[in-house]
Unconditional design. Structure first.
Length: 235
């Protein structure tokens, strides 16, 4: 997967489109000694909002097709054979945070700033209600080793995502410390749920989302997301 994305990155660079790899691709290149040590199922790339249309044209020209875009989502999914690329214009969905994108791009080099990357990673864990492969906990540990936790938490508060980030940080810390029975307390999954990647029932999903919504806007965005998923599943 990592090698397969090189022609795409080269073409985007030739078109003078600045790209930041996110999540698995970025972690494989920065947090692990060998790229093969960090498997990934898809490739996440972020471009500036003004470059989104040009980046989509590049993907289309290279044979990728656009998948359906979920409501209120900050990425489009592009598929070619078994390759999947998620093209982002933000690191957190609209209505769910107050991310200062200009500052994020200013701090970035070839990858996200370490503190931005940690916040994004923990938000991603919380958005998945902490039902996540354990490799994501290893990612978190390696990100925490590079970041300044106080700065990251302050940034999470500024972005309006502190509740989910704090819970996800505690969840990872508990697992890393060997306290895996209920690593996130009553709100999160059990250690067995994590090991089996067991999905929570709908009621627990709703409780988790209500408890971790950082603002009325976030709660509205999550309700809209539920409504969109229900509408798509009932077609």
């Amino acid at each position: 997967m990592e090698r397969d994305v090189e022609p795409l990155l080269a073409t985007l660079a030739a078109e003078r489109i600045q790209v930041l790899p996110l999540k698995g691709l970025s972690y494989a290149r920065t947090l692990y000694e060998h790229v093969a040590d960090r498997p990934m199922n898809d490739v996440d790339l972020m471009v500036r909002p003004d470059d989104e249309t040009r980046a989509q044209r590049v993907l289309a020209a290279l044979g990728f097709r656009l998948d359906a875009k979920p409501l209120l989502h900050h990425a489009t999914t592009w598929i070619r054979d078994r390759q999947v690329v998620d093209l982002h214009t933000n690191i957190i969905g609209p209505g769910r945070a107050r991310v200062d994108l200009d500052a994020v791009w200013t701090r970035a080099t070839q990858h996200l700033d370490a503190n931005d990357a940690l916040v994004f990673h923990l938000v991603h864990l919380a958005r998945n209600r902490l039902r996540t492969p354990l490799v994501h906990v290893i990612d978190a540990a390696r990100l925490m080793a590079r970041a300044d936790l106080d700065i990251a938490l302050a940034r999470a508060r500024a972005w309006g995502v502190a509740s989910g980030v704090t819970l996800a940080h505690g969840f990872c810390s508990e697992i890393l410390a060997g306290h895996s029975t209920k690593p996130a307390g009553w709100l999160g999954p059990s250690g067995e749920d994590v090991a089996l990647l067991r999905e929570p029932p709908l009621v627990r999903k709703l409780i988790f989302d209500l408890a971790t919504a950082g603002s009325p806007r976030q709660l509205t965005a999550r309700v809209a997301s539920y409504a969109n998923r229900f509408a798509r599943s009932s077609r």
